[in-house]
Design a protein around this ligand. Structure first.
Ligand code: ATP
Ligand code: MG
Length: 412
């Protein structure tokens, strides 16, 4: 398998020029007009706010602009505009540096600003507005949801450009292009199913294609099973949102009626995302974790002693309990993250699978059992590896274990 297969395709196929950004013709036209007004030296507005759903090309079009015009792209972390102090200590200095790569200009990108400012640090918002008024470079902000009342002054200042979900046909075309560049044969039905499932999110579609295509030259509809997992995750984002943002206990409890609710999974997801949703209210965070830990105690008691009667309490604690906290902050849009713990477990699982695959292959070649290979032969190869890496690699390669697979076998 070539190493380029390992690179995330969403990075590898990120548009290099504005024309490569597919769909959203209207938005692109407005954006290009705005960029051109900067090129002419008389910007219509100093800043543009690109908003719309995930995976529609907002970040991509800014990257494409920088590479097309040979401008330096200055990407500013949303957290660096949170407070006035951060803007002065981190943003202004970044704008002053001279580019060493012969760029002919600069463009500033502040990605995903929704939800950055809380009531406490409007100072950051004011400082950003000052920055926009004085900038001598085009400044782009992106957001999924720009309608927060707090953002009003900012909105008034920016050229607003709406990005919409990418159409199914466009998604299929991009997926088809990627397949032909990667040398993968893929039916139209398969592309259509992936595109349908992505619901307008091109990033999701490309990621799905890559996970389906992993290690294959031909993809058929049967390969799409792997996608089941992603669909379930997507659902979890919604469940977490309902629990953490519902205004009433009943609202939060409603998720317990979902036929497919995996409550242990929900605990992991809440554990990962409570802080993001409830900060800066320490009271709310503490209350939520109290409910969660009580649920956890009851859950393990329930499993240990087979006391299924405890399940309703567990369910109430992880929904109404986590939701009905004191000093709950007002609703804000938060991008939830996948639980780190589960991510780690799944990474270990892939490692294990690769290890098993490789040892099976070697064992077959050597006419021994896999466990014989692992207990009697592999330890010597590892030992040889510590003294003579090249030699050990040669041995492994004679056993059909090459490149990155060697790493799995040596390290597992
Ligand atoms: N319109 C598009 N044309 C081509 N590729 C796209 C487009 N939209 C998304 N992609 C692909 O999906 C990836 C993610 O897109 P991008 O980062 O631009 O999304 P976004 O709109 O900024 O989403 P988010 O709101 O989640 O930040 C890109 O790297 C690119 O590979
Ligand atoms: Mg983005």
């Amino acid at each position: 398998m070539s190493s380029s297969r390992q690179l995330p395709w969403v990075e590898k196929y990120r548009p290099k020029r504005i024309v490569d950004v597919v769909g959203n013709e209207e938005a692109k036209k407005e954006y290009i007009a705005w960029i051109n007004s900067w090129v002419r030296g008389s910007p219509s507005r100093k800043a543009a706010l690109l908003y719309g759903p995930p995976g529609s090309g907002k970040t991509s079009i800014v990257h494409a602009t920088a590479s097309e015009f040979n401008w330096e792209l200055i990407e500013i972390n949303a957290s660096d505009v949170r407070s006035r102090e951060a803007i002065f200590s981190r943003v202004y200095p970044a704008l002053q540096t001279r580019s060493v790569y012969g760029h002919t200009g600069k463009i500033i990108l502040i990605d995903e600003v929704d939800g950055v400012w809380t009531k406490e640090d409007v100072g950051g918002l004011d400082a950003l507005i000052e920055l926009i008024n004085t900038t001598t470079y085009p400044l782009v902000l992106t957001a999924n949801d720009p309608w927060d009342p707090k953002l009003r002054d900012l909105r008034d200042l920016c050229k607003l450009i709406e990005f919409k979900k990418i159409g199914k046909r466009d998604i299929m075309r991009v997926l088809g292009d990627i397949c032909s560049k990667e040398g993968i044969t893929c039916d139209r039905d398969v592309l259509s199913a992936i595109a349908e499932n992505a619901k307008g999110d091109l990033r999701a579609a490309i990621n799905d294609l890559q996970s389906v295509a992993m290690g294959k030259d031909t993809i058929t509809l049967a390969d799409l099973q792997v996608l089941g997992e992603r669909a379930a995750q997507e659902n979890m984002f919604e469940v977490v949102r309902i629990v953490l943002t519902s205004k009433t206990p009943e609202g939060a409890l409603s998720v317990t009626r979902l036929p497919s609710l995996d409550y242990e999974m929900l605990i992991e997801w809440l554990n990962e995302n409570i802080i993001a949703q409830y900060s800066p209210s320490l009271r709310a965070i503490a209350d939520a974790y109290d409910a969660l830990s009580l649920a956890d105690v009851n859950l393990s008691r329930m499993k240990r002693k087979q006391m299924w009667a405890l399940l309703p309490y567990v369910m109430e604690l992880i929904t109404a309990g986590v939701s009905g906290v004191r000093e709950k902050p007002p609703f804000k849009f938060v991008k939830y993250s996948f639980p780190e713990k589960l991510r780690l477990l799944s990474r270990l699982k892939t490692k294990r699978e690769k290890f098993i695959q490789a040892s099976k292959r070697a064992a077959t070649l050597l006419h021994v059992s896999t466990s014989m290979f692992r207990s009697e032969i592999l330890p010597y190869i590892r030992l040889i590896y510590t003294y003579d890496k090249d030699y050990a690699m040669k041995i492994l390669s004679s056993l059909g274990i090459e490149d990155e697979n060697a790493k799995y076998v040596l390290e597992y």
